[in-house]
Design a protein. Structure first.
Length: 139
């Protein structure tokens, strides 16, 4: 089950059913299933605190994924900074909704087992994001 929360921001996420259907399709396409996934929308200061406290990284980011996946059942917490998503949308010439969808599928891809440490990993991750974003448009 995918659940949506906010921390220190006022944000009303629309289309939860469509989003759940889409992320379930992503999981099934990768021969996985959705377990318990929490998507937590927050601010830059909130995600920075998490990044420092739990990962010992002193910088802003758009998403932090805590992976609790067991076997083929995807579970985890996806903390998403709406501030950084907005800034990235502007920087990359995208709209907020598309960038938010990209970040959400990025987190799910991490739960599936994809990484983005090397150049090759980043390239594959971006290809997967683009592919699954295109599938969302036809749902």
């Amino acid at each position: 089950m995918i659940s949506y929360f906010t921390e220190d921001v006022v944000f009303k996420f629309k289309n939860k059913r469509l989003n759940n259907k889409w992320l379930t399709l992503v999981a099934e396409s990768e021969v996985k299933r959705i377990g318990d996934i929490s998507i937590i929308f927050c601010s830059d200061p909130y995600i920075l605190d998490i990044n420092i406290r739990y990962l010992h990284h002193d910088y802003f980011t758009d998403i932090i994924t805590f992976d609790y996946t067991e076997g083929d059942r995807l579970s985890g917490d996806l903390f998403i900074s709406l501030d950084t998503v907005r800034a990235n949308a502007d920087e990359y010439g995208s709209d907020f909704e598309t960038e938010l969808n990209r970040v959400m599928v990025h987190g799910v891809l991490h739960l599936i087992g994809y990484d983005d440490h090397s150049s090759a990993d980043k390239k594959l991750m971006r290809e997967k994001e683009n592919y699954y974003l295109s599938l969302r448009e036809v749902l």
